[in-house]
Write a protein that binds this ligand. Structure first.
Ligand SMILES: Cc1ncc(COP(=O)(O)O)c(C=O)c1O
Length: 397
């Protein structure tokens, strides 16, 4: 039976194989790294600090540098770093905190903006947080100017987690201007490349060590995995892998922290084209998202987060908050992306210090769904999803 995946691999198969079969001698390794760095510098107008094997590694490196950098007060250097993390979102964020031997304290979320609940993050800062991580979930831009000012005032490091960037920005430029460090992911389901990797932009005082050489190993495996993800992500076949529990597709899976490694040659080669495609891809996804938002506007089963004035949502997927707990049309790609809040993530529990209550994050875990907006969503899917959003049709399967 047809089943729509929540997201798809954004890189076309042909581009994937062209990059995968291209030569990789020592000169190419340098040329590919330089052209990836130049494309990032053009897109974000910030220095590239490191090209890594995952977004989690980029977060890890940012935390390591935050711990060693001038912002963390010298009288706190002997205590473990305290990192303010979102109470709702990707488990990879607290995993990076675990990986550097730091402690985390969760702040609550504002379901209307998908950013921090102001009073809650203030409270975590009062507890002495040294670093704040704020994510632009699903490519939904969070206003960070006031948090940057607050962090600067307190000597706290702000890490802008744009792992799910998807072309998000503001009228005057892309997201990524506010963090002392900015993190991107090139992993599956993130809208940019999809073959794995991470980028760290920034930051002041970042040591100018020799850049890591890109990793040419494991190319065939990466190419085959990405091709399989691309083919199996088609709605005509996706039902099969999605029905195999061992694959844990669409689940939030904890991966033990690993030391950061270099970006693969494959992802490095694909990155400039992916950045060049980002705005056209974003525009196509936004057209679908706007139809869902219009359908849900007046009455219905769900409300969409506020799009802030002057913001350009990346809409990796379109989030909605259900007005009540109810069955959702899973076959049309509607999922609960993060069904467990940080408070019930047992794997990272040992490093999570108790802080403010996080009722909104808990509500989001059980009520926030995302609708697919990618190129495999067809007109009939959109019409059915709009009917579901207006409350005029139950979720058929
Ligand atoms: C918000 C957020 N931050 C960080 C990460 C980590 O990225 P990666 O999967 O490349 O390690 C993810 C991945 O899902 C994410 O969604």
């Amino acid at each position: 039976m047809r089943r729509v995946p929540p997201t798809v691999l954004p890189t076309p198969l042909l581009a994937l194989w062209r990059a995968g079969l291209a030569p990789s001698d020592a000169r190419d390794v340098i040329a590919v790294r330089e052209s990836a760095e130049a494309a990032l510098q053009r897109a974000f107008d910030r220095p590239v600090a490191a090209l890594l094997d995952s977004g989690t590694s980029a977060l890890t490196l940012a935390l390591q540098h935050a711990a060693a950098g001038p912002r963390v007060r010298s009288d706190r250097r002997s205590a473990p770093l305290l990192v303010a993390v979102p109470a709702y979102g990707c488990i990879d964020v607290p995993t990076a905190v675990l990986g550097v031997g730091a402690q985390a304290m969760a702040y609550d979320m504002d379901p209307e903006t998908l950013g921090p609940a102001r009073a809650s993050l203030q409270e975590v800062l009062h507890h002495g947080a040294d670093v704040v991580i704020i994510s632009h979930l699903f490519g939904h831009p969070v206003a960070l100017d006031e948090w940057r000012e607050e962090c600067d005032r307190r000597g706290v490091v702000l890490i802008e987690d744009a792992a799910q960037w998807a072309g998000a920005g503001w009228a005057h430029g892309p997201v990524g201007a506010h963090g002392h460090f900015v993190v991107f992911s090139l992993g599956r389901g993130k809208g940019l490349v999809g073959t794995g990797g991470g980028v760290l932009l920034g930051g002041e005082g970042f040591p100018s060590a020799a850049p890591m050489a890109l990793n040419g190993a494991g190319r065939v495996g990466a190419l085959l995995r990405a091709s399989a993800a691309s083919l199996l992500g088609r709605p005509s076949v996706y039902g099969l892998p999605a029905s195999i529990p061992a694959l844990r597709l669409g689940e939030m899976v904890f991966h033990a922290p690993q030391p950061p490694r270099a970006l693969s040659m494959l992802s490095g080669r694909l990155l400039p084209e992916a950045l060049a495609r980002a705005e056209a891809d974003r525009t196509a996804r936004l057209a679908v998202a706007n139809r869902y938002r219009a359908a849900a506007r007046d009455r219905g089963v769900a409300t969409a987060p506020i799009v802030l004035d002057g913001s350009k949502p990346g809409v990796l997927r379109q989030p909605f908050l259900l007005t009540s707990r109810q069955p959702v049309p899973v076959h049309l790609g509607v999922v609960f992306p993060y069904p467990r809040p940080l408070s019930s993530q047992v794997e990272v529990a040992p490093i999570v210090r108790s802080g403010p209550a996080t009722p909104c994050a808990e509500h989001m875990a059980s009520h926030l769904v995302t609708l697919p907006v990618h190129a495999h969503v067809r007109e009939r899917d959109i019409v059915e999803l709009c009917d579901w959003l207006t409350g005029s049709a139950p979720p058929s399967s």
